[in-house]
Design a protein. Structure first.
Length: 188
């Protein structure tokens, strides 16, 4: 058993007969009244995100988890196939379990959190950012790069990202996986 002081991003807990992963949390100590912890929880079974507030000091049931490195192999419809990089075991996961499935490139290494009790995969942690090649975008116009204007672009995985006007087809860009936003252009 853990308490609310143990809450951190990525912690898996049992709550309302389901397993949730803590996405965001904030310890709040108001001037009047008791302290509390405001959390945003994501269900690892159906992907639904809920907001919840725990009173300070409340006991929460945490789930013992193991993390393993897996390499993304391929997608078959809504099923994604991964291979353990140490023992070469393969597992399949549904699209709902993944946070940013449209940013996954074949060969990408991710961390999969597995429940120690029943060896069921709970969630997939993507790298903080990925580098992808732009496959389609409107051409940039010289002189229009001074403002923060954005245009849509499609990257090699099929994801659509808003990029600055100076990005052209064939450019490699770094994208944050948490929010799916353009970070910078990468020189090859």
């Amino acid at each position: 058993m853990a308490t609310t002081s143990d809450i951190r991003n990525g912690l898996c807990i049992k709550y309302n007969n389901d397993i949730y992963k803590v996405i965001e949390f904030l310890h709040v100590k108001p001037g009047k009244g008791p302290a509390f912890v405001r959390t945003k929880l994501k269900s690892v079974t159906n992907g639904k995100v809920i907001d919840n507030t725990f009173p300070a000091g409340r006991k929460i049931e945490d789930v013992r988890v193991e993390t393993h490195k897996f390499q993304y192999l391929y997608a078959d419809g809504d099923t994604f196939h991964f291979m353990n990089t140490q023992d070469y075991d393969q597992i399949t996961l549904q699209k709902e379990v993944l946070d940013a499935p449209d940013l996954l490139k074949e060969g990408e290494v991710v961390t999969i959190i597995i429940n120690s009790e029943d060896n069921m995969p709970l969630s997939v942690e993507m790298p903080l950012s990925v580098i992808l090649e732009v496959t389609h975008t409107e051409p940039g116009v010289k002189g229009n790069t001074a403002t923060n204007a954005l245009k849509p672009a499609t990257v090699e995985t099929g994801a659509r990202i808003n990029v600055p006007l100076f990005i052209n087809e064939g450019d490699k860009i770094k994208i944050t996986t948490e929010k799916g936003l353009y970070q910078e252009r990468v020189k090859s």
